[in-house]
Write a protein that binds this ligand. Structure first.
Ligand SMILES: Cc1cc2nc3c(=O)[nH]c(=O)nc-3n(C[C@H](O)[C@H](O)[C@H](O)COP(=O)(O)OP(=O)(O)OC[C@H]3O[C@@H](n4cnc5c(N)ncnc54)[C@H](O)[C@@H]3O)c2cc1C
Ligand code: SF4
Length: 327
């Protein structure tokens, strides 16, 4: 599968990148590590005339702890840098754990946090070559007008399949977005639409520049559990992140989020809240798993059945809650 022809643009600063985006708005794609974009371009899912390579913008790389206890992470920071950061491992362990499960070491060296947040949604009927898609019939997400997964519907149910966003949701992460009118900062939770086709609220003239984790989210115990087909190198087909703070054996605060079972990563508020003030035992962890499983909406977007993936959300939530409680 050859790459389509494109012109490569290499800005050195954010405002230069935004100017390129504004100039070529509907005919350009942003490239960070390229670990998802390039295979997708080979499959002819995207055939932009321009590719905007962000890698020359040094400002967007790095982990910067603030004196307040908060931390700022540049969108271009490699997942391997996050995985190996002693600071993040000590204060925001759920993020290092989630980053360490992405793909393989080589892909984590190339892949970035911003790319993981902006990752396209995935579906068995979509992440295929042009020949395959032509043979089986195009669908709403690309070139067609029907959905093979939910026939008769008008919505795309492709699953958001990034590993770090559920961890960032548990940490109440915010992202900075740069565009022609300047910078804006929004909670990550508001970034996703829940629609597999137009899955993120990002204008074609905008890019994600930074991630912020607040001081209040530091020093929570954190656990991430993930289901994948190939243990050494694969996207999640169900993933659960849990953070927890305890006091005198009781849960003082807890948050639970999941990925790969909905068109957006989801913070399961009720599952976290039901733990607060309680001592974690098997029954309580199981009850949290039930709530998470009921919130998940996996469909036949992958080779594993929706029933199995939903069941694994229940199992992983239970295990992650128990692990966070005795960490
Ligand atoms: C074999 C294989 C296995 C994989 N396994 C996993 C896995 O287990 N878990 C997982 O989460 N991912 C997995 N991935 C996907 C990918 O490697 C990661 O998600 C990675 O973090 C993507 O980051 P990137 O910098 O390479 O993004 P890119 O490929 O450069 O970009 C991904 C998307 O985000 C957009 N984008 C990138 N950065 C920005 C930005 N700053 N602002 C706006 N838009 C932006 C791009 O335009 C593109 O649409 C896998 C990929 C492969 C090939
Ligand atoms: S969920 Fe439906 S519309 Fe979306 S990619 Fe899959 S088949 Fe296509």
């Amino acid at each position: 599968m050859s790459l389509p022809q494109f012109r490569l643009l290499r800005p050195r600063a954010v405002d230069e990148a935004v100017a390129f985006l504004s100039k070529h708005a509907n005919n350009i794609r942003v490239l960070a590590g390229g670990t998802d974009l390039i295979p997708s371009m080979r499959q002819k899912l995207f055939e932009p005339e321009y590719v905007l390579d962000l890698r020359g913008i040094g400002d967007l790389r790095g982990i910067r702890p603030q004196t307040s206890g908060a931390v700022e992470i540049g969108a271009l920071t490699a997942l391997s840098a996050i995985e190996k950061s002693p600071y993040l491992r000590q204060h925001f362990p759920v993020l290092t754990e989630a980053a360490a499960t992405v793909a393989s070491p080589v892909l984590r060296n190339m892949g970035t946090l911003g790319g993981n947040i902006c990752l396209d949604t995935r579906c068995l009927w979509y992440n295929q070559s042009l020949t395959w898609r032509k043979g089986c019939g195009f669908c709403i997400k690309k070139d067609g007008d029907l959905c093979h997964v939910a026939p008769g519907g008008t919505k795309c149910w492709a699953a958001f399949s990034g590993d770090t966003p559920p961890a960032l949701l548990c940490l109440n992460g915010k992202i900075e977005i740069a565009g022609p009118t300047g910078m804006r900062r929004i909670p990550l939770e508001e970034f996703y639409t829940g629609d597999g086709e137009n899955y993120r609220k990002l204008l074609p003239t905008e890019l994600v520049t930074r991630v912020f984790l607040p001081a209040e989210s530091a020093d929570y115990r954190g656990v991430y559990r993930k289901l994948r087909v190939r243990g050494s190198i694969d996207y999640p087909l169900a993933g659960v992140a849990v953070v927890m703070k305890r006091s005198n054996g009781h849960v003082a605060d807890a948050r639970i989020a999941m990925t790969a079972v909905n068109p957006a990563p989801v913070l399961v508020r009720r599952a976290g809240e039901m733990l607060i003030g309680r001592i974690v035992d098997d029954a309580l962890a199981e009850a949290a798993g039930d709530v998470a499983a009921r919130t998940s909406k996996p469909l036949t977007t992958s080779a594993l059945t929706p029933e199995y993936r939903r069941e694994m959300i229940r199992v992983f939530t239970k295990r992650a809650v128990l692990a966070a409680a005795c960490n």
